[in-house]
Design a protein around this ligand. Structure first.
Ligand SMILES: Nc1ncnc2c1ncn2[C@@H]1O[C@H](COP(=O)(O)OP(=O)(O)OP(=O)(O)O)[C@@H](O)[C@H]1O
Length: 387
C-alpha cells in the first residue's frame, strides 16, 4: 500500500503542510530538528493511533493548538481511501473515512499498515518491558483490529482493580461486599488478560522464524536470536510453586484459569502491595542472543541487528497476512542509516528497497544507501518541497 497525499494541520512543528508522496522510495532530507520525523510520525499515527516517540498525544499538537489533523490518501490495491484523524487534547480522537461523518478513531485501525524503523528501536532490546509489550500489541492490533478493544478494556480493568486494591490495602479482613467486588474484578482481569496474552503469543509465533532468519542475515549468523514470552505468572509466582511456565501451547481458557489461580493464591500479597501483580501488563518478551539475554549483554551492533530483525519480521508477517499485490505495509526508516555500519546498512537497504512505499529520513544525502535513492524532498522548518 502507499500514501499519495499527506496533509497536516497543527501537527507538531507544522501549522499546515501538504506533501505529495510517490509510490516507491521517498527520501526526506534536511538538517537536524527541521521536522522530518514529524512527517513520518504522522503516517505512523494513521496506522497505530499512537506515536513511536511519545506515549501521550499532547506533544503532537502544534504548540498552543487545541487540535491537530492528519489526512492521508491511502492506496491499497485498486482501492483508494481518504483517512483523516483529528487529535484533540483531553477528548476522544475522531476519524473520518472518505470524508463521511466522524467516527471513533479506532475504526481506522488496521487500514494503514506501517513498519517503522527508528533509533528509538534500540529500546526494544535494551529498554524496559513496556517497549516490547507495545511492539507485540501494535502488531496484534494491526493484524486483528478488534483486539484494540481488548487492550483498552484490559487497561481500564487494571486501573480500576488497582484503585480498589489501593483503597483496601493493608486491611486484614475484607467485608463481604469488598470481597465480592474484588472477585468480580479478578474474573474480568483474568478473562480479558488471557485474551490479550493469547493474542500476543500468536503474534510471537508468527514473528519468531522471520526474526531468527533476519538476525542471521544481518549479523552473518554469528549467534542465534530467540524470543520467549515471559509471563507475570513466572515473575510473581508463589515461591512454593515456582517453575518455568510456558503459555505458548495453552488455550485462552487455560491461561485464564492459571491467572485466576495465581490471583487467588496470592490474595494477601496483592492486598499488601495494593497493585495487580498478575496479567499481561506485567509480562515481557525475553530476547536471547546465543547463550545470554540480549539486554545487558548484547553489543551496540548486536542490539541494532536484533531491533532491526524484530521490525523486519513484522514486515514479513504483514506480507503473509495479506499477500495481495498492493497490500504490503509502508516501510519507514527514520534516521537509521547514519547509525548503522556499512554491512547492516546495505543489507537493510537491499531488503526494504522492494517495498511498495518506503519513506526514508536523513540529514544528508550521503547517509542514504544507493539502493534507496528515490524521490527526494527537502525539508526546512514548517515546509516540505520536492527536491
Ligand atoms: N508540538 C510541537 N509544536 C511545535 N513544534 C514542535 C512540536 N513538537 C516538536 N516540535 C519541533 O519539531 C522539531 C523536531 O522535528 P523532528 O523531530 O521532525 O526533526 P528531524 O528533522 O527529524 O530532526 P533530526 O534529524 O534531529 O531527527 C523541533 O524543532 C521541535 O521543537
Amino acid at each position: 500500500m502507499y500514501i499519495s497525499q499527506l496533509s497536516l494541520t497543527s501537527f507538531r512543528s507544522y501549522a499546515q503542510a501538504d506533501v505529495h508522496l510517490a509510490p516507491g522510495i521517498n527520501v526526506l532530507i534536511g538538517p537536524n530538528g527541521v521536522g522530518k520525523t514529524n512527517i513520518v510520525e504522522s503516517i505512523g499515527y494513521l496506522a497505530n493511533l499512537a506515536s513511536h516517540r511519545v506515549s501521550n498525544d499532547a506533544p503532537l499538537l502544534n504548540f498552543g493548538a487545541e487540535r491537530a489533523l492528519i489526512r492521508g490518501t491511502l492506496h491499497r490495491g485498486s482501492q483508494r481511501t481518504t483517512l483523516e484523524v483529528e487529535i484533540t487534547s483531553g477528548k476522544l480522537n475522531r476519524a473520518r473515512i472518505n470524508r463521511a461523518n466522524p467516527v471513533r478513531a479506532r475504526e481506522i485501525l488496521g487500514m494503514v499498515r506501517t513498519v517503522l524503523f527508528a533509533p528509538e528501536d534500540l529500546a526494544l532490546v535494551k529498554g524496559d518491558p513496556s517497549h516490547r509489550r507495545k511492539f507485540l500489541d501494535e502488531l496484534l492490533v494491526a493484524l486483528r483490529p478488534i483486539e484494540a478493544g481488548t487492550k483498552n478494556d484490559y487497561e481500564r480493568i487494571v486501573k480500576q482493580r488497582n484503585a480498589l486494591l489501593k483503597s483496601i490495602r493493608g486491611k486484614s479482613k475484607l467485608t463481604s461486599s469488598q470481597e465480592n467486588t474484588l472477585k468480580a474484578w479478578d474474573l474480568q482481569l483474568a478473562t480479558c488478560g488471557a485474551r490479550l496474552i493469547r493474542g500476543r503469543l500468536d503474534v510471537l509465533m508468527l514473528i519468531r522464524p522471520y526474526m531468527q532468519a533476519a538476525y542471521a542475515d544481518l549479523a552473518d549468523g554469528a549467534k542465534d536470536a530467540k524470543a520467549i514470552y515471559r509471563s507475570s505468572l513466572e515473575n510473581e509466582a508463589d515461591e512454593n510453586s515456582l517453575e518455568t511456565i510456558s503459555l505458548e501451547n495453552l488455550s485462552q481458557e487455560e491461561i485464564q484459569d492459571l491467572l485466576l489461580d495465581a490471583i487467588e493464591a496470592n490474595r494477601s500479597r496483592e492486598l499488601d502491595r495494593g497493585v495487580s501483580l498478575f496479567g499481561p501488563h506485567r509480562d515481557d518478551l525475553t530476547l536471547i542472543l546465543g547463550p545470554t539475554p540480549a539486554k545487558g549483554y548484547a553489543s551496540h551492533g548486536e542490539t541494532w541487528s536484533f531491533a532491526l530483525a524484530l521490525r523486519l519480521a513484522a514486515y514479513r508477517v504483514f506480507g503473509d497476512d495479506d499477500p495481495r499485490p498492493g497490500s504490503g505495509p509502508i516501510l519507514i526508516l527514520d534516521d537509521v542509516f547514519a547509525e548503522l555500519d556499512a554491512t547492516r546498512r546495505d543489507r537493510l537497504a537491499h531488503i526494504v528497497a522492494g517495498a511498495e512505499q518506503v519513506l526514508v529520513t536523513a540529514a544528508v544525502v550521503e547517509d542514504v544507501p544507493e539502493a534507496l535513492k528515490g524521490h527526494f524532498f527537502q525539508v526546512s522548518p514548517g515546509q516540505v518541497v520536492d527536491a
